[in-house]
Design a protein around this ligand. Structure first.
Ligand code: HEC
Ligand code: HEC
Ligand code: HEC
Ligand code: HEC
Ligand code: HEC
Length: 375
């Protein structure tokens, strides 16, 4: 390096180290480094993370409403439980102030990238964070201005399963994504969550870093992203008419997800709605089937995460097909022309949404697939 370049390089490297406050990721005892401190170099990652649900894990209205109700009804259970996965920085630092960045940042860079190991069985926050400031990843020969460590764990499903699998104290399964995946054909073949939720792309991992062809998208698209929702289920419909009777035969197959659909937090469900329409598109009759995990109290009533004693799931497993029959008896004067089937994603049961006094996005079911059959 020529002299002219050498000194400015040293000075800017020193300035960089000071500005970074090395080590850049560490927390535990100190506030965890926020995504802001990575943005300067990893701008595209910060942007993608910011738009993802991981950055909003303590901010989404359904979470806040359920947490509030839980704190009123069962504070001793809920107090430490929810932050374990929704704000791991707050859990590790025992931070209770909901305004601190350890809390508001949700699932952030400096948590995931300092996970050193995952206890088995995975779930209930079985990740071990080692706040040593080493950024863990699988890049070959990374040339980073901070310390890094090669971590094969970051390409494995159990990294994700440490949070994406949850039982409460009564042993009721509230979320089964990790176990559903492990039991699926895709899981047995070792197709990790990252393959579908962190697709690879060509680019550079940081400002001025070399071009690489195996980088990973940081948006974690799932049920909140239309393209992902519409990839999961295949819908087939056959309809027949005999006098005043209309019959529909519907097949729903999970072709796109390596876990059940829906997966994730208990109360969400997918509704299969089948309607008989006339030539003008007016609905004459309709019916519905629901798929999902129901949380229940011992006497079979709808339960919340803290008072559920059992959970039963009829969500559609990876590769599974559900065949449903519908029969509609119409008035003699009705003129049915076609049958429509729709699969709708519901964020929570209407009773729960009403009870929590929520409106907006959570109260607006989203389309997953639709089909029409003429009579
Ligand atoms: C083992 C980790 C873990 C714990 C503990 C946990 N959650 Fe979650 N929670 C998750 C994961 C992972 C998701 C994302 C899956 C999904 O999309 O449903 C989630 C999703 C949710 C959602 C749906 C979010 C939305 O906006 O649609 C709500 C609500 C929620 N959790 C509430 C809670 C509450 C309240 C507690 C404490 C009683 C809690 N969770 C404890 C891991 C956890
Ligand atoms: C001053 C610039 C800079 C800042 C700030 C920065 N990084 Fe990096 N980081 C890099 C560069 C450069 C690389 C190497 C990229 C390459 O070789 O392709 C890298 C690599 C990484 C890797 C990959 C490690 C591996 O071995 O696979 C991770 C993970 C990472 N950084 C996380 C972070 C996080 C989290 C933050 C914020 C807390 C952060 N970085 C802040 C520049 C930076
Ligand atoms: C939910 C956990 C999680 C969060 C949050 C997260 N990452 Fe990652 N990151 C990963 C995983 C897992 C990989 C490796 C994927 C693989 O190799 O299969 C990765 C890879 C990387 C890499 C290596 C290059 C690449 O694309 O593979 C960099 C750099 C990186 N992350 C930076 C960041 C930054 C910056 C943030 C915050 C803005 C962040 N990550 C947030 C899980 C996370
Ligand atoms: C520290 C805990 C934690 C880890 C580790 C973690 N997640 Fe999450 N994840 C969450 C929480 C909490 C949510 C729910 C946020 C919300 O909706 O409020 C979530 C939500 C999601 C969603 C739902 C997105 C949607 O649109 O519905 C997907 C997909 C996801 N995570 C994938 C992953 C993958 C893949 C990994 C591993 C690379 C991973 N997560 C690691 C805690 C975690
Ligand atoms: C074969 C691709 C594939 C793999 C592998 C995969 N997923 Fe998914 N995942 C999907 C699709 C497609 C959706 C959207 C449909 C949906 O919302 O269920 C989804 C949705 C989700 C959701 C949103 C919750 C919901 O309603 O279903 C979470 C959380 C999630 N995945 C986590 C994971 C985790 C954790 C793993 C690994 C243990 C994983 N996924 C493996 C394809 C995959």
């Amino acid at each position: 390096m020529s002299r002219r370049l050498f000194w400015p390089a040293i000075v800017s490297a020193l300035a960089l180290l000071l500005a970074l406050g090395l080590p850049p990721l560490s927390g535990q005892g100190r506030t965890f480094a926020t995504a802001k401190s990575c943005a300067r170099c990893h701008g595209s990652y910060t942007k993608a993370w910011k738009a993802s649900v991981h950055s909003k894990a303590t901010a989404r209205p359904l979470f806040q409403a359920i947490l509030k109700q839980g704190m009123e009804q069962s504070p001793e259970v809920v107090k430490d439980m929810c932050v374990m996965c929704h704000a791991p920085g707050a859990a590790l630092n025992k931070v209770t102030d909901p305004k601190s960045t350890d809390y508001t940042m949700g699932v952030q860079c400096s948590i995931c990238h300092q996970i050193e190991s995952v206890g088995m069985p995975m779930g209930n926050g079985s990740y071990q964070v080692c706040a040593d400031g080493l950024a863990r990843g699988l890049l070959l020969y990374p040339r980073a201005p901070h310390r890094v460590k090669y971590s094969a764990l970051h390409d494995e499903a159990k990294l994700c399963g440490s949070c994406h699998q949850l039982k409460n104290m009564a042993g009721a399964c509230l979320q089964g994504t990790g176990a559903e995946w492990a039991g699926s054909m895709a899981g047995k073949q070792g197709m990790s969550c990252q393959r579908c939720h962190m697709r690879t792309y060509v680019g550079s991992a940081a400002r001025r870093a070399p071009r690489r062809d195996d980088l990973h998208k940081h948006g974690w698209p799932g049920s909140t992203v239309r393209a992902m929702r519409q990839k999961a289920l295949k819908l087939e419909l056959k309809a027949t008419k005999e006098g005043t009777q209309v019959r529909a035969e519907v097949k729903v197959t999970n072709v796109g997800a390596a876990h059940s659909v829906p997966s994730g937090m208990g109360p969400r469900y997918v509704a299969l709605q089948v309607a008989v329409l006339d030539a003008q598109g007016q609905e004459l009759k309709s019916d519905e089937r629901r798929y999902g995990r129901k949380l229940m109290t011992a006497d079979g009533k709808m339960a919340m995460p803290w008072n559920a004693t059992k959970s039963v799931s009829n969500a559609i497993g990876c590769g599974q097909t559900r065949e449903e029959q519908f029969a509609f008896k119409l008035p003699a004067a009705a003129q049915p022309a076609r049958v429509q089937a729709k699969l709708m994603y519901h964020w929570a049961p209407p009773e729960m949404i009403k009870d929590l006094q929520l409106t907006g996005e959570v109260d607006t079911p989203a389309l997953m697939a639709s089909a029409l059959a003429d009579l």
